[in-house]
Design a protein around this ligand. Structure first.
Ligand SMILES: Nc1ncnc2c1ncn2[C@@H]1O[C@H](COP(=O)(O)OP(=O)(O)O)[C@@H](O)[C@H]1O
Ligand SMILES: [Mg+2]
Length: 225
């Protein structure tokens, strides 16, 4: 039996505040996402969506409860192991792409492989760019591209090292409807092709309806939607 991609058990995240009561960004969240599933999370601004994704990515730790990613409790790993697992198992996609503007499209995609000290990644970079329709742009500076194109580059970068888990925080939040739709379809297709798990945050009902499972978060409380 393969472990769930993401498991939360009674997870709370509490941020201390200097001049106010501590802020409970997540309240007793339990969640089990089987591998290969797509999950949409909706909720108002400030409801805890990004906090939840950061915990699922192992970027942040719960104040209470347990988080397991692909069967491992990241809280029990040392920093080096945690970093390795994040790098190899998780692909992150952000609303504002987080690309390096002065680098080429190809180098932006290749970055995770360069950082990991890999040598033979050129073929994989081109294959991915081909898959998202940007192979002929590989040598161009990434900041010449449109928003939709930039997000397709960021998706390639997230996929480069073959992660089992893709986490996307409002991946279409900075795109117009048409480009947003195209990016969302691509993301779901690419996740399904690789039997990857995809958890994404969105404000769009239409996008959320494309996922296998929909969840909503209200003031830190997670509910089926
Ligand atoms: N590092 C932090 N320190 C203090 N408060 C934070 C921090 N990150 C987020 N918050 C607060 O936690 C709540 C949830 O934030 P967030 O998860 O970013 O919400 P969302 O992504 O749904 O807009 C908000 O009230 C936010 O201000
Ligand atoms: Mg957010």
């Amino acid at each position: 039996m393969s472990p769930p991609a993401v498991l939360f058990e009674g997870v709370s995240k509490i941020y201390p505040r200097p001049d106010a009561e501590p802020l409970r960004a997540l309240r007793d969240v339990s969640l089990r996402v089987p591998q290969g599933r797509s999950v949409a999370i909706t909720g108002r601004s400030g409801s805890g969506k990004s906090t939840l994704l950061h915990l699922a990515a192992g970027i942040d730790e719960p104040s209470e409860g347990r988080v397991e990613i692909l069967g491992a409790d990241l809280g029990r790993l040392n920093d080096a192991e945690r970093t390795l697992r994040r790098r190899d198992q998780i692909g992150l996609i952000f609303q504002f792409f987080h690309l390096l503007p002065h680098l080429s499209v190809g180098d932006n995609v290749a970055l995770p492989a360069m950082i990991a000290g890999e040598r033979d990644y050129g073929g994989r970079v081109l294959e991915l760019l081909e898959r998202v329709g940007l192979a002929d742009r590989a040598r161009e500076r990434v900041d010449r591209l449109s928003g939709g194109e930039m997000q397709r580059v960021a998706i390639c970068r997230a996929l480069l090292r073959g992660p089992e888990l893709l986490l996307a925080d409002e991946p279409t939040g900075n795109l117009d409807d048409r480009n947003g739709q195209r990016v969302m379809e691509l993301l779901l297709e690419l996740a399904a092709e690789g039997q990857r798990t995809l958890i994404f945050v969105t404000h769009s009902e239409e996008m959320a309806a494309m996922a296998d499972t929909r969840l909503a978060i209200h003031s830190g409380v997670l509910e089926p939607s």
